[in-house]
Ligand binder design. Structure first.
Ligand SMILES: CC(C)(COP(=O)(O)OP(=O)(O)OC[C@H]1O[C@@H](n2cnc3c(N)ncnc32)[C@H](O)[C@@H]1OP(=O)(O)O)[C@@H](O)C(=O)NCCC(=O)NCCS
Length: 318
C-alpha cells in the first residue's frame, strides 16, 4: 500500500480513538492496541468468508471479488494482531452517489468500536472523493449505528425466499417470444432503462453482474428493452435481482423466467416495500418473507424515485 494511504488510514483511526475512549458504553481497555485499517485485496477473500458467514449472509467469494474489482481503493478491513476482524466496502453507483456494504465485525470483537471505525472510514473515503449521497441497506443490528452516524431512512426492503420447484411448471410459452438473453448488444438500452426507472447510474455494477446464462431482458413489440433481470449464485440462496421493469406485469414475467431457469434451486429476492402488488404476486407463487432491510442514506437527499426497481441487486450494493 502506498505510504501516503497508510498515513491517511492511520490518521483516521487515531481521529476515532478519543471519541471511542470517551464513549458512554465503551471503556479504554476494550479497544485493542495496534488496530490498522487497510484495503482488502483478492487474496484476503478466504479470510473474509468466515467473518461474513458468522452473520449468516448470502455472499460468496465471487461477490467479494466483484466489490473489490469495482472499487479496489474503497474496500477496507480492520486488522488486529495480524488478523482481519472486520470489513466494509464502498461501491460508486454514479459520480455523486455510492453504496456502503459488507460492514461486519467478527463476533468476538463486536462492541469495541471497530464497527464504527470501519463505517467512519467508508464515509470519510467517499466524502473526500466528492460523493454527496451515500446509500446502504441496513440490517436491524446495523441500523442504530447508521442512525447515530447521520443516516436517514429512505425505505424498507423485504427479502422473500422462494422454492423454485413451485415455479418450474408455470406456463412460459406465451412470453418466451419477448424474452432474450442479456447479451452485450442490450447493455446500453438496459443501462438507460435502469437509470430512468431507478435513478441510479450503475453501468459498472450491471456490467459486473451480467452473464448470459443468468440474466434476461424483456422487449417491447418494437424491440426496445422494457425490463431486465439478473440472478446469481449465493451461499444460502440464489440471489434474484436486480429486477427493473417499466410495469409490474413485465417484472412478473421476468421473475418467473429467472426462477424457472434456476434448476429447482431456492431463491431469495429483496423487494422494496412500495411494490406491494408484486409482493402479493410473489406470495401467490409460494414466496415466504424472510427478513427486512432498511434502505438508508446520508448526505444530499436523493430527489429521484425508484418506481421501476422491483428487486435490488443485493444489500451490499443496492
Ligand atoms: C453492526 C456491527 C458491524 C457493529 O460492529 P461493532 O464493532 O460491534 O460496533 P461498535 O462497537 O463500533 O459499536 C457501534 C455502536 O453500536 C452500539 N452497539 C454495538 N453492539 C450493540 C448491540 N449488540 N446492541 C446495541 N447497540 C450496540 C454501540 O454501543 C456503539 O454505539 P456508540 O458508539 O454510540 O457507543 C456488528 O454488530 C456486526 O458485525 N453485526 C453483524 C453484521 C451486520 O448486521 N452488519 C450491519 C450490516 S448493515
Amino acid at each position: 500500500m502506498p505510504r501516503l494511504m497508510q498515513c491517511c488510514i492511520s490518521f483516521s483511526i487515531l481521529k476515532d480513538f478519543p471519541r471511542i475512549f470517551l464513549g458512554k458504553e465503551l471503556t479504554p481497555f476494550m479497544v485493542k492496541r495496534g488496530a490498522t485499517i487497510r484495503n482488502i485485496t483478492l487474496p484476503d477473500i478466504p479470510r473474509l468468508m468466515p467473518i461474513k458467514n458468522q452473520a449468516g449472509w448470502n455472499q460468496i467469494p465471487g461477490d467479494w471479488a466483484r466489490l473489490i474489482r469495482l472499487n479496489p481503493g474503497g474496500c477496507f478491513c480492520i486488522q488486529v494482531d495480524g488478523e482481519i476482524i472486520g470489513t466494509v466496502t464502498t461501491t460508486p453507483v454514479s459520480s455523486k452517489m455510492a453504496w456502503v456494504g459488507m460492514l461486519v465485525v467478527r463476533e468476538d470483537e463486536r462492541g469495541r468500536g471497530f464497527g464504527r471505525m470501519l463505517l467512519n472510514q467508508a464515509i470519510h473515503y467517499l466524502e473526500s472523493r466528492g460523493f454527496t449521497t451515500i446509500f446502504l441497506d441496513a440490517t436491524p443490528v446495523g441500523k442504530p449505528l447508521y442512525l447515530s452516524a447521520g443516516f436517514k431512512t429512505r425505505g424498507v426492503l423485504k427479502r422473500h425466499v422462494i422454492n423454485t420447484l413451485n415455479i418450474a411448471s408455470l406456463e412460459m410459452e406465451g412470453v418466451k417470444g419477448r424474452l432474450r438473453e442479456f447479451s452485450s448488444e442490450f447493455m446500453d438500452s438496459v443501462c438507460n432503462l435502469d437509470k430512468k426507472m431507478t435513478g441510479y447510474d450503475r453501468r459498472d455494477v450491471i456490467k459486473s453482474l451480467v452473464s448470459p446464462e443468468t440474466s434476461k431482458v424483456h422487449l417491447k413489440p418494437d424491440g426496445t428493452v422494457d425490463g431486465y433481470i439478473i440472478w446469481r449464485e449465493g451461499q444460502n440462496f440464489t440471489q434474484v435481482g436486480p429486477l427493473v421493469a417499466r410495469e409490474a406485469e413485465i417484472a412478473r414475467v421476468l421473475v418467473i423466467c429467472a426462477m424457472s431457469s434456476m434448476n429447482l434451486d431456492v431463491g431469495c429476492i429483496d423487494v422494496p416495500s412500495e411494490r406491494q402488488h408484486f409482493e402479493i404476486f410473489l406470495k401467490g407463487i409460494g414466496a415466504v418473507p424472510a427478513r427486512e432491510f432498511t434502505r438508508m442514506y446520508k448526505g444530499k437527499h436523493p430527489s429521484f424515485t425508484s418506481d421501476g426497481e422491483f428487486a435490488t441487486s443485493g444489500p451490499e450494493k443496492g
